[in-house]
Design a protein around this ligand. Structure first.
Ligand code: FE2
Ligand code: FE2
Length: 408
């Protein structure tokens, strides 16, 4: 296997020397190079490819944002990490587009190494050059127009609160993913992983969320032909249903607060890869939709046949790049095939896999218990010793489905 190539860019020689010292103990399978300006970095990139670039933001001449934007356009597969000192809120918000992850100076060796290791490990999830490139290019994902409008109206209203705005955000996968990317960047100095969208709005503050919402490229609306709108509506409804069912299972399993938040968010975001495919590989996606309706085969199988990977790996890759927690990334990557996960305890993946199957089967007319669990990987539940929990989950999920029908 070829060595992973990483470039650090900073105009201060002292900082580069510090990073050099920090990286001395790093695995020998990394090639690490240094550039003292954006121009020099681009020259080096033109000569050889790099998997990861870590750049300062404030530099004389070409700024870090200009450099990372250029890298995004020319070498989209390269993972783009900002390592910067003080940046004010406004600059940070303006800069979020081309940056996958943001680290604050001074950054300790453990954080720096683990961020890079994690970014590189993601490549094993999505072993497909074209899809890796397309996914790495994504700065944001489109929201459904209804939710986007609701968010703008709520933000403009006198009674808006972090709670009311958080509630709208938590129903929309694109806004949730973007806010969690931001709040989990080192810029906001939060020590643990945040997976609850309402808490993300609280930490970011209403002004930041307002500025983000008004920046057209951060939360955009889905531009889609009328004939496909029903597909998006169905995807949104399914994701919200899986969120509700995941919550029920997580509560039945007594997940702590952190795991509960993760299960809910993974439920909402588990099919986010479909948005990447629908907005970035439209003609292939049309073929995929046609094949699904003709063959009746599950979406992920048709996607493997036509594009060589499924929405599960694409979504997991994107959210891993954006710095969401490992358990959310794992739940998304393996929600169709949980046996691929090495885990041996009940987790966010368990809740999302089971909820996804039950949600898909709940469309049948008066489904029996056998109907609802058709497709759950029993081998996985046996491995975890959780087969006897299935009746409990079914009961609580039926209550949730009934509540859904009554509220409709
Ligand atoms: Fe899926
Ligand atoms: Fe799904």
């Amino acid at each position: 296997m070829s060595k992973i190539r990483i470039m650090f860019v900073d105009d201060e020689p002292k900082v580069l020397r510090g990073i050099k010292r920090m990286m001395m103990t790093v695995q020998h399978d990394w090639v690490i190079n240094f550039a003292e300006s954006g121009d020099k970095a681009l020259e080096m990139l033109a000569l050889e490819p790099y998997e990861v670039i870590v750049s300062d933001i404030r530099m004389p001449g070409m700024s870090g944002i200009e450099l990372l934007t250029e890298v995004k356009n020319k070498y989209p597969s390269t993972v783009r990490i900002a390592l910067s000192g003080q940046v004010d809120n406004k600059d940070f918000i303006k800069s979020v587009g081309p940056i996958h992850q943001f680290l604050s100076k001074p950054c300790n060796a453990i954080t720096l190494k683990s961020t890079i290791v994690r970014a590189c490990a993601l490549r094993s999830l999505l072993d497909n050059e074209r899809l890796t490139r397309i996914t790495s290019e994504m700065e944001s994902l489109p929201s459904l127009p209804d939710y986007y409008k609701k968010l703008l109206e709520e933000i403009a209203s006198k009674d808006a609160s972090a709670k009311s705005v958080g509630k709208i955000v938590s129903q929309d996968m694109s806004m949730t993913a973007k806010l969690l990317q931001l709040v989990n960047s080192a810029f906001f100095g939060v020590a643990r992983h945040i997976s609850d969208p309402a808490q993300a709005v609280m930490i970011l503050g209403m002004n930041v969320v307002r500025d983000l919402a008004l920046m057209t490229h951060t939360f955009s609306q889905f531009k889609i032909s009328h004939d496909k709108k029903y597909l998006l509506d169905a995807l949104w409804n399914h994701s919200i249903k899986v969120t509700g069912l995941s919550e029920k299972i997580a509560r039945a399993e007594d997940f702590g607060k952190e795991m509960l938040d993760e299960a809910l968010t993974a439920g909402l975001l588990h099919d986010i890869g479909k948005l990447v495919l629908a907005s970035k590989v439209q003609s292939d996606y049309d073929k995929i939709l046609k094949e699904i309706s003709q063959s009746g085969k599950p979406a992920h199988e048709v996607e493997y046949d036509i594009i060589g990977a499924s929405h599960a790996e694409v979504g997991a890759y994107l959210l891993g790049l954006w710095g969401l927690s490992d358990s959310i990334v794992e739940a998304i990557a393996y929600h169709h095939d949980p046996m691929k996960s090495p885990g041996s305890k009940s987790s966010c993946l368990t809740a999302v896999h089971v909820s996804n199957v039950i949600a898909m089967n709940s469309h049948k007319l008066k489904p029996t218990d056998e109907d609802l669990i058709d497709g759950i990987c029993m081998e996985y539940l046996e491995k975890l010793g959780l087969v006897d929990r299935l009746p409990v989950w079914l009961k609580t999920c039926r209550e949730e489905l009934l509540e859904d029908i009554n509220n409709a």
